[in-house]
Design a protein around this ligand. Structure first.
Ligand code: ZN
Length: 100
């Protein structure tokens, strides 16, 4: 499940359905709900976040352009309502398999 697609490592990769899932850590990827800016080394962390978010967007765009469905799930969503997050993935994979 854990493999690379177009040089990008997805957290879950469903090759036949062409669905790739990323589980984004709220701190590392800047979750709009629960990201808290560290007080120490603020400039360093701000830059780091911009780099990570830019890479996330670029990778998602590259995968979508190649025909992959990209699902990004926040860590907090997974922890708070894991059933919802898993259902999203299941529906995407099943519908793609039927279509393909
Ligand atoms: Zn979050």
């Amino acid at each position: 499940m854990h493999r690379k697609v177009l040089g990008v490592r997805g957290d879950l990769v469903f090759g036949r359905a062409r669905v790739v899932v990323f589980l984004d850590g709220c701190f590392w990827h800047g979750c709009p709900r629960c990201y808290q800016r560290p007080r120490a080394n603020a400039a360093f962390w701000r830059r780091k976040l911009v780099v990570n978010q830019t890479r996330d967007r670029r990778q998602s765009a590259r995968l979508r352009a190649a025909g992959w469905e990209v699902i990004r799930i926040w860590e907090c969503d997974l922890l708070r309502r894991s059933a919802g997050g898993i259902r999203t993935v299941t529906i995407a994979v099943r519908s793609k398999r039927r279509a393909g």
